[in-house]
Design a protein around this ligand. Structure first.
Ligand code: AQP
Length: 356
């Protein structure tokens, strides 16, 4: 896979806060995905693809954040399966367990412990402003779990435990990384420089892949209709069918622009999956209709996912292998997490700092 290259002539959706890889050498990266379903191409293009590219430059910690997946109603059996499925996708997409630390959040209990301490340094008012909570709780805030409300503080603990410099995420997580920065700065101000203050690493294209059935909203694992997303494990005929049914805009021009949200979304997917910039694609499809464009896009996606799917199938047939990788990952993550937590406990005055 080609390394991430923000300098490429792709139209920038979020031109701020991107860094050239050279500036990232030696930095620590942390990110996670919640096992609330199978990863879709939005998660892949907005996040996982960058985790893989960043391995060249950074020391990466990539986590399956299972504690985040119980903030809403869930099925325990499905959760167990999804945890291994996400880990297998990490591996199949190219995360190398020798270069990156891959682990499951609940196997390193320091995450939950630090989250409690950070809860006591976070404000109700700032959490109430989080748009993801408002979106997910909708009109039912009274019956939303405290866990869903508190999700961003647990995410802050995940990141700060590893003293991460950068957090590769999609656009929807930018607000949570900003909250993490605020909590870290507040904590450092009171107790001294305990935490590295991290920065979000958001790709210039692909940071917000939209639903195929509704380009006004982001593609989401928990969307009502499976036609909203292309899962990384969808077979070729399903990918072709979903793309052929994807919503399009009025007119027939293949052009990127704010008046064409549906085609712009498909162009971004095409661009990232084929490593071709958007102006080149616009030229290539000048005078051609949506049908040809969608047909070609489907083949590009099928071919790009083919090796990932093949590797995923192999890994799924041998769960013991992945369980072993995750165990080793947790063993590597734990001392780093413990060191930060001990420093935090000492500064705060908690007796737990003295335990073995
Ligand atoms: N549509 C998207 N486009 C680009 N990036 C995206 N991400 C999520 N959706 C898109 C990025 O994927 C990473 C993992 O996300 P997550 O599973 O931890 O939570 P999420 O952001 O809530 O993702 P989903 O798919 O919408 O899951 P559900 O439906 O379960 O809430 C993050 O870096 C995210 O930015």
């Amino acid at each position: 896979m080609r390394a991430y290259s923000p300098g490429k002539d792709n139209r920038s959706m979020t031109p701020d806060n991107t860094r050239f890889p050279e500036q990232l050498k030696g930095k620590v990266a942390f990110s996670g995905i919640q096992p609330s379903g199978i990863i879709h191409i939005g998660n892949y293009l907005g996040a996982v693809r960058n985790f893989v590219a960043l391995q060249e430059y950074t020391r990466g910690y990539y986590c399956v954040v299972d504690l985040h997946a119980i903030t809403e109603k869930h099925n325990p059996e499905e959760l167990r399966n999804n945890i291994l499925a996400i880990a297998n996708i990490y591996l199949a997409a190219g995360l190398d367990p020798k270069r990156s630390t891959l682990f499951v959040q609940s196997q390193v209990h320091e995450h939950a412990e630090l989250a409690w301490i950070l809860n006591c340094h976070s404000y109700f008012g700032e959490l109430r402003r989080m748009t993801q909570f408002k979106d997910k709780a909708g009109k039912n805030q009274e019956s939303a779990t405290v866990g869903l409300f508190d999700y961003p503080v647990l995410m802050a603990a995940d990141i700060l435990l590893y003293q991460a410099d950068i957090v590769p995420v999609g656009e929807d997580q930018k607000q949570h990384v900003e909250l993490t920065r605020n909590i870290a700065e507040r904590f450092n101000h009171v107790y001294g420089d305990v935490f590295t203050v991290p920065e979000p690493y958001i790709p210039p294209v692909g940071a917000r892949i939209r639903g195929l059935d509704d380009p006004t909203k982001k593609m989401s694992k928990s969307a009502q209709s499976p036609n909203n997303y292309i899962s990384l494990t969808d077979p070729p005929d399903v990918i072709r069918r979903k793309i052929s049914r994807a919503v399009t805009d009025s007119g027939s021009e293949i052009r990127h622009g704010p008046d064409k949200p549906a085609i712009s979304n498909l162009l971004e997917i095409y661009s990232l999956m084929a490593d071709v910039d958007i102006p080149t694609l616009e030229q290539r499809y000048e005078g051609k209709g949506y049908a040809q464009f969608k047909k070609d896009l489907a083949e590009v996606v099928v071919e790009r996912l083919r090796p990932i799917q093949e590797r995923y199938q192999q890994l799924s047939a041998d769960p013991a292998y992945t369980i072993g990788i995750l165990k080793e990952g947790a063993e590597r993550a734990k001392p780093v997490a413990r060191q930060t937590l001990t420093a935090v406990m000492e500064e705060v005055g908690l007796f737990g700092a003295h335990r073995a």
